[in-house]
Design a protein around this ligand. Structure first.
Ligand SMILES: [Zn+2]
Length: 70
């Protein structure tokens, strides 16, 4: 079984803490979602913490979605 190796999109650290659907970078102290790493360019990947902050603060979405909800 080949497991895809993930690394921190921010600093390139391969010494990550692996969770089922996400991983932590001990250097950046940020958590990234694996699906983001699969789907997005490295420069587009936001840490979980950053996404929460972005959503809360400005309501920006990293991925463009058509959303008609008020
Ligand atoms: Zn890092």
């Amino acid at each position: 079984m080949v497991e895809k190796k993930y690394h921190c999109p921010r600093c390139g650290n391969k010494d990550i803490v692996d969770y089922t659907e996400s991983f932590d970078c001990p250097s950046c102290k940020l958590e990234f979602e694996k699906k983001d790493c699969d789907e997005l360019e490295e420069s587009q990947i936001l840490a979980v913490e950053e996404k929460l902050g972005v959503f809360d603060a400005i309501g920006l979405e990293p991925k463009k979605k058509t959303n008609s909800l008020d």
